[in-house]
Design a protein around this ligand. Structure first.
Ligand code: CTP
Length: 409
């Protein structure tokens, strides 16, 4: 049997990037031989094994044919006769279809190295369309390597368009889609992920609510970029530049969905878009079975981002309600994430990227002011149950009034 390093490990070494996961392909072996050598099988009908010591993935060279729609609709053909070239040709991109033996000798039948040099994300063969997830994968690689000047080859974009129009994206499981989306959002240029999905017609299938933002104008005074979709991409770009966590990036992507529902007659105003957008945010959250922390933050940011921007003008009672909605006393980190998302929203506007956001410190100060209200003295005064809650609210409001007065001096 011959063993080769394949996929991302070869690609990233050639790009001079750190290699984290190593995938191996095994040519000329049977499953029985692998088991005899102590490899552990990953699934019952998947020709993939884990190394007994390193835990790395070793896949038998295989050809793959599609037998039905969606994930699980694959049949694998793995046998000792499948050659390295036959295995590589069914992979997604040429830059992912190179192999390296233990002497460091490269096998590159589909010119991955040349595409690395030309900064091209190009499919290997028509077998690309065997897995619709590849539409998201290519967009994710585009987001990762945009800084190096990579772009999607026109023919590949065309195949991605065909896959998007075929109805196959709808058959992807929420888990597989979310894994790609969440990884893509954490790349250096997540806005490129959304842009590429849009370019190939996948965005209107996966997230029509985001697609609907493009072509919708906003008032030039606050939004020199005008277009709501362009604004959303800029907000995402800012979130990546400021190294925000996944929950903030997800909230940035969805914060303005309500603007896609505004009747044209009201353009460029978007009255109550914060509230109108909530059902759309919920819908997208559920579609991809998004983790709870991301779901919650997206809804809160959707509902309250305008409050964030207007923080210095808010009445103490409104500020108190805002802090209460975030349960800032028990969930201080979530409020920090809200502030971050608001700041990214403010910066994600043409020409305003560097502008200061004093609202951030003001909101932080307000949260601290209410947190300094102690429960103990109220308990000592005999408050309990709902009355204790009311008393706490009163004291917090008092603290916020004092904070606001002091701040404006
Ligand atoms: N692959 C593929 N089609 C897919 C998934 C994976 O062709 N839908 C192939 C590619 O050759 C890829 C390899 O399997 O390089 C390993 O896949 P994976 O570990 O998911 O990705 P990497 O390329 O290693 O990329 P990453 O750095 O994102 O993990």
């Amino acid at each position: 049997m011959q063993i080769y390093k394949v996929g991302g490990a070869v690609r990233d070494r050639l790009l001079g990037k750190p290699v984290t996961d190593i995938d191996w392909v095994v040519v000329g072996a049977t499953a029985e031989e692998m088991l005899a050598k102590g490899f552990r099988p990953v699934g019952s009908d998947f020709p993939v094994f884990l190394h007994p010591k390193s835990g790395e993935e070793y896949a038998l060279a295989r050809t793959e044919r599609k037998s039905g729609r969606g994930y699980g609709g694959f049949t694998f053909h793995a046998s000792p006769e499948v050659t390295l070239e036959e295995d590589l040709i069914r992979r997604d991109l040429t830059i992912n279809a190179m192999a390296e033996d233990d002497q460091g000798v490269l096998t590159d039948p589909y010119h991955g190295q040349q595409d690395l040099e030309n900064r091209l994300l190009r499919h290997v063969s028509p077998a690309f369309t065997e897995d619709p997830l590849r539409v998201l994968r290519v967009a994710r690689f585009a987001a990762r390597y945009a800084g190096l000047g990579f772009r999607v080859a026109p023919d590949t974009l065309e195949l991605m368009r065909q896959l998007s129009e075929s109805g196959e994206l709808e058959a992807l499981t929420p888990e597989r889609s979310w894994k790609e989306i969440s990884r893509a959002l954490m790349e250096d240029h997540p806005q490129v992920f959304i842009q590429v999905l849009r370019d190939c017609g996948a965005l209107k299938v996966l997230m029509p609510e985001v697609e609907a933002l493009f072509g919708v104008p906003q008032p030039a005074a606050h939004h020199p970029e005008i277009d709501s979709g362009v604004h959303t991409l800029s907000v995402l770009e800012q979130a990546a530049l400021h190294k925000q966590p996944l929950s903030v990036r997800w909230a940035c992507l969805l914060h303005d969905l309500g603007k896609g529902l505004t009747p044209q007659s009201e353009w460029p105003q978007h009255i109550a878009h914060e509230h109108k957008g909530l059902k759309l945010i919920k819908q997208v959250n559920e579609r991809f079975k998004v983790p709870r922390d991301c779901q919650e933050l997206a809804l809160l940011v959707g509902q309250y981002h305008t409050h964030g921007h207007r923080a210095l003008e808010l009445k103490p009672s409104t500020l108190a309600e805002l802090l209460q909605s975030f349960d800032v006393y028990r969930r201080p980190q979530r409020f920090e994430e809200f502030i971050a998302a608001c700041e990214m929203d403010a910066r994600g506007r043409l020409g305003l990227e560097e502008r200061a956001y004093p609202q951030a410190d003001y909101l932080r100060g307000a949260a601290t002011a209410t947190r300094t209200v102690a429960v103990q003295p109220l308990l000592e005064q005999g408050f309990k149950g709902p009355e204790l809650g009311e008393a706490l609210k009163r004291e917090r409001l008092k603290a916020l009034k004092a904070y606001k007065e002091q701040y404006s001096q």
